[in-house]
Design a protein around this ligand. Structure first.
Ligand SMILES: [Zn+2]
Length: 238
């Protein structure tokens, strides 16, 4: 099982389309908590990874988009998310109501995304409980980063400045499906509120993280002041 260690007690499973979908496993006592749920196609690998790490206790969704909730219905553990994300997590729609895919600037990308989102999706997720900013998950603090999705959350561990941020920022170019070595605000066609997404990115920058592990592509790390600048530049570009 190709699990990558991101930080103390934090493991990354990459899968599906170009290996760009991320699921994180966080040590929690004798088992693990899964943060984000990737795509439906990752369900067997996610199950095996959790077993290798001592067994899955629960799943916490960073947000409920199809490529972040895909394995959740198949893992037989309680699934949690932010209260503002519950309705979309429990909906059977693979495409969130606010996504405006018709605004994608490139024709083949405009055609491809609806197909991909439906293929990635695992369907309705029953939410057992909710978490809000300030709650604790496996030694991390929950932070609310709304904008890309209304109930998007990240997890922050100040002791080693590790931030798991789901789609608060993109380390990929979502129109070219390619990793980049800078940070982006998620493309506005996918966002519930683009201005709020920019604000949330500034909130993340102000934490001065050392490691930022996002929902797609490899985690980025650097000196906290450099990471702050990288994220602020993304927010400034908008
Ligand atoms: Zn998303």
């Amino acid at each position: 099982m190709a699990l990558e260690k991101v930080a103390d007690g934090v493991w990354l499973l990459r899968g599906d389309f170009r290996g760009a979908m991320n699921i994180y496993f966080l040590e929690d006592g004798d088992g693990v908590v899964q943060f984000d749920a990737g795509t439906k196609g990752m369900r067997k690998k996610a199950k095996a990874a959790a077993e290798e790490l001592g067994g899955l206790k629960r799943v916490v969704l960073g947000h409920a988009h199809a490529d972040h909730r895909g394995t959740a219905p198949y893992l037989d553990v309680p699934v949690l998310c932010h209260p503002d994300e519950k309705a979309d997590a429990e909906s059977d729609a693979a495409i969130a109501p606010y996504m405006d895919l018709s605004q994608l600037p490139v024709a083949w990308v405009r055609w491809l995304y609806p197909f991909l989102l439906r293929r990635w999706d695992g369907g309705t997720v029953r939410i057992a409980d909710t978490v809000i900013e300030g709650d604790e998950v496996a030694g991390f603090k929950v932070l609310h980063f709304p904008g890309h999705a209304p109930g998007l959350i990240g997890l922050w561990r100040e002791s080693d400045r590790v931030a798991l941020v789901s789609d608060t920022t993109y380390f990929v170019d979502s129109l070219k499906f390619k990793p980049v070595d800078w940070a982006n605000v998620p493309n506005r066609v996918f966002n519930q509120d683009h201005d709020r997404a920019i604000e949330s990115l500034r909130k993340l920058a102000a934490l001065e993280p050392r490691i930022v592990a996002a929902g797609h592509s490899e985690p980025m790390s650097g000196e906290p002041a450099e990471m702050r600048m990288l994220l602020e530049q993304a927010a400034n570009r908008g």
